[in-house]
Design a protein around this ligand. Structure first.
Ligand SMILES: Nc1ncnc2c1ncn2[C@@H]1O[C@H](COP(=O)(O)OP(=O)(O)O)[C@@H](O)[C@H]1O
Ligand SMILES: [Mg+2]
Length: 247
C-alpha cells in the first residue's frame, strides 16, 4: 500500500497508509499504547486506536478523519468560544477515565502534555468545526489535571503578544476552567502553571538543541525559544488581569 507523509508534525516522521498512521516507535510507545487501549476499552472516541506495530517496527494507529489545525491561519470556528468549551470537556473526559488507573500511578490523572490545535482533530458539528479528538499522545504521563488545563489555555488561546485583548483572553481562560470544572481553589494556580509550562518549554528546547537533538535544533533555529520566552513575558506582564478573571 502507498505511504503518504502527513504534514503538521514538528518532531516525528508520520505517514499515512490506508486508514492507518505509522509513527516511529520510541521508549514511550508501550505506555502510550496502554493508554490508548484504556481509552478504547472505555469506548472513548477522542483518541486514535492503537493497532500494533508494523513490519518496520513503527507504531500503527487508526487515522482520524477531519481537520487538524496545524497551519497558522485557521477558520474562525477553531478558536471560537464553543470550541474552547468542547476542548475543555474532551480533556475532562479522558482525565476522568484515567483517574485512579495504574497508568496514572501516584498522580491525579494521565496528562496528554501537548494539547494544542496542532494536535487536535476538528469535524463539522451542526455545521461548525469543533474539536472531537486529540492526536500525538507521545508525551502522555501521570500528572495533575491543572497541567493539561493550563496547557490548553496557553495553546488554544495563544497566550502571548499576539493576543489582541488581554481582558477577553482572561474571560476565555475562565470559560475553559469552568467548562473543565476546575475547582475554585485549583484555578488560582492556573496562570502560574501556564508560566511553568512556558518556562520549561523554552528551556527544554534549548537544552535538547544544545545536546544535538535534530528536531529541537530545527525548532530553535525556527525561533521557537525566542517565541516562547516572549510569550512567558507577556503572561507575566498580564498576570493581574488574567488572575482577576479567574478569581
Ligand atoms: N491518528 C491520526 N489521524 C489523523 N492524522 C494524524 C494522526 N496522527 C498524526 N496525524 C497527522 O500527522 C501530523 C503529525 O503527527 P503528530 O503525531 O502530531 O506528530 P509530531 O509529534 O511530529 O507533532 C499531524 O499534524 C496530523 O496532521
Ligand atoms: Mg504534533
Amino acid at each position: 500500500m502507498t505511504e503518504s507523509s502527513l504534514p503538521g508534525g514538528s518532531v516525528n516522521t508520520v505517514v499515512r497508509v490506508g486508514n492507518t498512521v505509522r509513527r516511529t516507535a520510541s521508549a514511550r510507545t508501550p505506555y502510550v499504547s496502554g493508554l490508548l487501549e484504556l481509552l478504547e476499552t472505555a469506548g472513548w472516541d477522542g483518541a486514535p486506536r492503537h493497532l500494533g506495530v508494523d513490519e518496520h517496527g513503527r507504531e500503527v494507529l487508526s487515522h482520524l478523519d477531519g481537520h487538524v489545525a496545524w497551519e497558522p491561519r485557521q477558520p474562525a470556528a477553531v478558536s471560537s468560544d464553543a470550541s474552547m468549551v468542547a476542548v475543555a470537556r474532551l480533556v475532562r473526559a479522558f482525565h476522568d477515565l484515567t483517574a485512579g488507573s495504574a497508568l496514572a500511578a501516584d498522580q491525579e490523572v494521565v496528562c496528554h502534555n501537548d494539547l494544542s490545535p496542532r494536535n487536535t482533530v476538528y469535524r463539522p458539528v451542526g455545521g461548525e468545526l469543533r474539536p472531537v479528538a486529540f492526536i500525538d499522545w507521545d508525551l502522555a504521563a501521570p500528572g495533575e489535571r491543572i497541567h493539561d488545563v493550563a496547557h490548553v489555555c496557553w495553546q488554544y488561546l495563544g497566550l502571548g503578544p499576539s493576543v489582541a485583548d488581554a481582558a477577553d483572553a482572561a474571560r476565555r481562560m475562565r470559560l475553559i476552567a469552568d467548562s473543565y470544572g476546575l475547582g475554585r481553589r485549583l484555578r488560582r494556580g492556573l496562570v502560574s502553571t501556564v508560566l511553568w509550562w512556558q518556562d520549561r518549554c523554552w528551556r527544554g528546547i534549548q537544552a535538547e538543541a544544545d545536546a544535538g537533538d535534530p528536531a529541537m535544533r530545527r525548532l530553535r533555529d525556527a525561533g521557537a525559544v525566542t517565541e516562547v520566552r516572549t510569550a512567558y513575558r507577556w503572561v507575566s506582564d498580564h498576570r493581574d488581569v488574567l488572575e482577576r478573571a479567574l478569581g
